[in-house]
Design a protein around this ligand. Sequence first.
Ligand SMILES: [Zn+2]
Length: 349
Amino acid sequence: MKLKNNSYFSNHPIVTCIFVFLAIGLIFNGCAALQEAQQRRDQRLKDRLDTDQLMLQAPDATITVNSKPPKGEPHGESDHYTFTFVEDLQIHDDFDEIEERNAFARSSLTYMESLYSAMYDIFGFKPKQKIHIKLHNLYRGGRMIADTGSYSSYSIRNGEIMKNITDIEMNFPLAMFESPGTRVHELTHAFTNIYFFPTWFSEGIAVLMQSEYANDNSHPKFNDLDQNLRVNQNGINLLEGWGGHGDHRAGRDITRWRYRYAYTIVSELRKLYGKDFYLRVFELMDEDLLYKKLYGNMSTSFVVYYFSKAAGEDLVPFFKKLQFDVRNLEKEDILQQIERQKKLIRRQP
Ligand SMILES: [Zn+2]
């Protein structure tokens, strides 16, 4: 959501479809992809890049545009995206002619492919699905909200429930698509939604990428985590229970605080434990893939379990001090939680 003062809220509604496949053949086997990701990460860790800038280069991607696509079909397609002008934009003065749409679709896909490649270099992994970009004149009735939705399904393999992203859609009003920081923020969601993070971490890392790699100052970092702490009536950090972008119950002031505070935590941990801290966290998550077996999003305790491993020290006290509802988890606790959820999912029709 973009506010007049240039800050914006954006979200990532991970819409989860409970859909149980029994066909093993539908399960994705990502060995080659994992190897490739490992090579990327190794290279990234080896290089220990000091820069926090995104290195944008001309993309090595095939881009095609379709002058008059059938209704509902995209106006452009590239290796990692489709691009669609939603109907309300097709009557906009700047896009009501085929040539205008073709040129804009091509240049947008070129830029987004460059950004994709730069993000892949940083994260070392990428979404397995194409990202469907939908460009609106007005989105959700305004020009201030962009979001990224990742849809998922559950499958059963050897008795284990596995969760997979099946579709990724980004919606931008034109006014927000023009902001590089917003594109970086939303693309971070498209990359990291595979892990089903708690909202505060998902938004924190998206704002970190937006702020520290795209030089966007929409959500300034706080100078001090303790002094700027906010809690609910039960004394729990207001970042807990954040429903994401569509969560307007708390009001604009608290929502703005949540983006800033989440970013400050994520940035502080990176400062304390190194620029590759989150790359190590992602690697640890990919080693056991427990996030795929968990119903819904990770809890804060779940991500702190991996943070502690990546940091080499127990970070539960750090989060307790910030009034998070967090506890020490052992791997056994997580496995038990998954078993309980598995029974619940199986009971569903
Ligand atoms: Zn966001």
